[in-house]
Design a protein around this ligand. Structure first.
Ligand code: ZN
Length: 403
């Protein structure tokens, strides 16, 4: 009887502990307390690109209710616990005067901020970031996507840094004269040279000196290897996923994930269905084949494949929903990186507003808590989740800062 009583006490105290533990660790609480930093959003493209403006007929502004149209707006920023957004400064390689375009996009963001200084601020470093998060403001940071935007001129790189740019993706799909892209290294057999030229290495060194993070999303494998040899500071992949799970040229192979971990950098996992679901390409090909006639005529009018994709996925929403991968597939990419190199080298780089379709349940930034929920269910603890949501990229940002 004595033993039975003892057993009862032990069992009930275990129950009490586990209740208490689960009460302390609801996903909402963990999510609320964490600093959530998303590595990549293309909203600024939506309000500056001529073809997109033509398509939307200028009906998009950050302080409007854009629910259903975009993945982010001012009101929804905080709704899903997002604290810090890296806004991508992006234009196509074919754009005339890309440096002017970069400045125009920064102007747009500053205009947004000047209209709502009580709600959103720009941060240039980790101290400003943490201060603004404490004040419960939305925090905007800047990253340039595509080295073509510095127009082969280090003084333009300096100038962008002065305006607050804190990372640069060395290439977009187009190569520059000093760095080859994943796209070209994979598809273009006639490349004269691959990787970083001497000037490319100077760019990386200058970024290290300034405290601008070197971003290897979009770069080719030779460029990646040259970056790893050249950089003296931790690097990022602002929006890339795992090649071993989905063999897309934009994803990172195991040796690259290991090299980034060795460099103490971070991989911000991209949510884009073609990057996370290896069966997606086949399904989306079938979708566009079914709508080929419409797609062919739309491309003549809209002149941009991205806009046509966006248009058709939103028009045939039931069909699009059927091919969206489950959120669990995104979690698998995070889990893979953790299992390969540890908890300290993975984060989130949604690519929201740059992708035309998203995983199931992740409709926009307000759904970020579902990632925390899924991570918790997968067995990640509070501390792990803090690192994935923002702690890891914050560490890399600090490591790059020049005191
Ligand atoms: Zn991109």
């Amino acid at each position: 009887m004595k033993y039975l009583l003892l057993l009862f006490i032990i069992l009930s105290s275990c129950k009490y502990l586990s209740d208490k533990e689960s009460k302390l660790k609801t996903f909402e609480e963990i999510h609320d307390k964490a600093i959530l930093i998303d590595g990549h959003n293309d909203f600024l493209m939506l309000i500056t690109d001529d073809l997109v403006l033509n398509y939307t007929k200028n009906t998009i502004a950050f302080d409007m209710d854009l629910n259903g149209k975009t993945h982010l707006d001012l009101a929804r920023f905080k709704e899903g616990g997002l604290d810090v957004q890296f806004f991508s400064i992006f234009c196509l390689g074919s754009q005339k005067n890309p440096f002017d375009m970069a400045n125009r996009q920064i102007d747009s963001l500053e205009a947004i901020i000047s209209r709502h200084p009580d709600k959103i601020v720009k941060a240039s470093n980790s101290i400003e970031l943490l201060k603004a998060v404490k004040q419960q403001k939305s925090v905007a940071m800047l990253g340039v996507e595509g080295g073509h935007m510095i127009e082969n001129d280090l003084s333009k790189l300096d100038s962008l840094f002065k305006r607050g740019v804190r990372y640069m993706t060395l290439t977009w799909n187009n190569s520059t004269s000093w760095a080859t892209s994943a796209n070209d290294e994979t598809l273009n057999g006639n490349l004269k040279q691959k990787g970083l030229t001497d000037f490319g290495k100077q760019v990386v060194k200058r970024m290290n000196e300034l405290g601008m993070l070197v971003d290897v999303s979009h770069v080719g494998e030779q460029t990646f290897k040259d970056v790893i040899q050249t950089t003296t500071k931790p690097i990022i992949a602002s929006h890339s996923s795992v090649y071993q799970l989905c063999n897309h040229k934009r994803n990172l192979k195991d040796y690259q994930i290991k090299a980034i971990a060795e460099n103490d950098g971070v991989i911000q996992v991209n949510f884009n269905p073609p990057f996370i679901d290896k069966s997606f390409a086949k399904k989306s090909d079938a979708f566009f084949e079914r709508h080929k006639k419409e797609s062919d005529s739309l491309i003549k009018i809209l002149k941009d494949e991205w806009i046509v994709e966006y248009h058709l996925y939103h028009k045939y929403v039931d069909e699009a929903n059927e091919i969206r991968p489950p959120i669990s597939m995104l979690i698998e990419h995070i889990d893979y990186i953790v299992n390969l190199v540890g908890i300290d080298y993975v984060g989130l780089g949604s690519d929201f507003d740059g992708i035309t379709i998203t995983p199931q349940q992740l409709n926009d930034v307000t759904d970020f808590p579902l990632i925390t929920k899924a991570l918790l269910e997968k067995g990640y603890n509070n501390n792990d989740i803090d690192k994935i949501l923002g702690g890891n990229i914050l560490r890399v940002l600090k490591a790059n800062e020049v005191k």
